[in-house]
Design a protein around this ligand. Structure first.
Ligand code: ZN
Ligand code: ZN
Length: 436
């Protein structure tokens, strides 16, 4: 660089002015680090106290992105640190005191081994984010992460049986039914491929509806208003639906085998056919946009089916699609597999007509019937709120500050020196004490 010295109007040289700007940057960066540190603590506290559920948000990261107006990627960075707060006390303290940046600590929290807090707190004091990344990568990994088949069973006994056959079993508790599928490897490979192709299709559809997953990590914490990024679970249900549809078209009248629900008229207790009792919310959800078959009964004696009043015929459905176009929850925009939701449930005398119906995506439909959001009609004056009754809006909580910024020392920045990896000793995890 040439040493041109140009006098500024204020009588300072360019380098002097730069010096002043750098000082301010350093001060601001320190304050920002400290503020990020506090946000991380708040995220950890929300998580610890299990407060996410009451907000209608899907995850702490979704809540942080929503309430601070930051990107899902940034929110993920915050929760990555929050998740390992207790494991990295030195690094987190340095963040709170403005000495390390959020990104520096996040690289450590994301991949560094257990017990490495002191090692990285020391290193980070002079290392850039990318240098830290290299350092973390050079940690020896004694057991390379096994490629996990999500349906594999870790503690399955090795079977002596000569011909392995697929097996499927299930158990259930109050909230879920748990399926366990055991497949010989070659069948498992086909299953995995089929699942993946359905997941790919769901993702393509999701991308068309909502844009790409900005975090690129596939889990898509995309704010409370968007349905979650398609998972293997949803892909599995797609696989089931597709097989079911194909089967239905092969049969003479092309009708779908339906989910059968028995409802006691007096007590409104519902149960799946030959299955568990349903909670109120499950019953209302299943019976809302019913592709299921409902059998009414009184004192255990069947009275007949009750499909006629609540069936949405093709004309009504078209009119609905024409009016709503997408899921009606603000900011959602899903267009696929929408359910027609009864604003006043037909159990409560709600009509199956245009003004009492709105289209919602399956995710928000379930969220509503679980009481995490409310959707109140009539359809032409729709109000969607979180469970505390506040209208759902995509905006953040950010407002001009009313308190002074945290008093911390200016952030000195990283040294900018070329790293001498030759002399760097990666963190050595202690030898494992158990198999886990
Ligand atoms: Zn509904
Ligand atoms: Zn939706």
């Amino acid at each position: 660089m040439s040493s041109t010295v140009v006098d500024s109007p204020a009588g300072c040289t360019q380098s002097e002015r730069l010096e002043v700007l750098f000082e301010e940057l350093s001060e601001l960066a320190g304050q920002r680090n400290a503020i990020d540190g506090r946000i991380v603590e708040i995220a950890a506290q929300i998580d610890r106290d299990g407060l996410v559920g009451i907000t209608g948000a899907r995850s702490v990261a979704a809540l942080v992105a929503w309430k601070t107006g930051c990107s899902p990627h940034n929110a993920k960075t915050i929760t990555t640190v929050a998740d390992r707060l207790e494991e990295f006390p030195r690094c987190v303290t340095a963040l709170g005191e403005g000495r390390l940046s959020l990104d520096q600590v996040a690289v450590i929290a994301e991949h560094a081994g257990q017990g490495s807090d002191a090692h990285y707190a020391h290193l980070a004091a002079s290392a850039s984010v990318s240098q830290l990344r290299t350092a973390v990568k050079s940690e020896p990994r004694p057991d390379p992460e096994p490629v996990r088949d999500p349906f594999a069973d870790a503690d399955e006994e090795p079977e002596p049986a000569p011909v392995p056959r697929p097996e499927i079993t299930s158990t259930c508790d109050a909230d879920y039914t748990y399926w366990r599928i055991k497949l010989p490897h070659e069948q498992s490979a086909r299953f995995t491929a089929a699942l993946q192709s359905h997941k790919d299709r769901l993702i393509a559809q999701h991308t068309r509806d909502h844009g790409t997953d900005p975090t690129g990590d596939g889990d898509g914490d995309r704010g409370v208003q968007l349905p979650p990024w398609p998972s293997a679970g949803e892909a599995f249900m797609e696989l089931v639906e597709a097989g079911w549809d194909a089967e239905a078209t092969r049969r003479p009248h092309g009708q779908h085998t339906t989910v059968v629900v028995h409802v006691d008229i007096d007590t409104r207790v519902a149960a799946l056919h030959l299955g568990p009792l349903l909670t109120d919310e499950e019953r209302r959800f299943l019976l809302c946009d019913a592709t299921c078959e409902v059998w009414f009964q009184r004192h255990g004696r069947p009275l007949g089916t009750g499909r006629s009043t609540r069936t949405i015929n093709r004309r009504l459905r078209r009119a609905l699609e024409h009016r709503d176009r997408t899921c009606v929850v603000p900011g959602c925009g899903a267009t696929r597999g929408l359910h027609a939701h009864h604003l006043v449930h037909w159990e409560d005398g709600g009509d199956t007509e245009l003004d009492n119906l709105v289209l919602v995506c399956p995710y928000h439909h379930r969220t509503h019937h679980r009481g995490l959001i409310t959707i109140t009609g009539p359809a032409h004056q729709l109000l969607v709120t979180d469970h505390t009754g506040r209208p759902l809006q995509p905006g953040s909580l950010a407002r001009p500050p009313t308190t002074p910024p945290p008093e911390v020392n200016p952030y000195p920045g990283t040294s900018g020196e070329r790293a001498q990896w030759k002399w760097y000793h990666p963190y050595q995890p202690p030898p494992p004490t158990s198999n886990n």
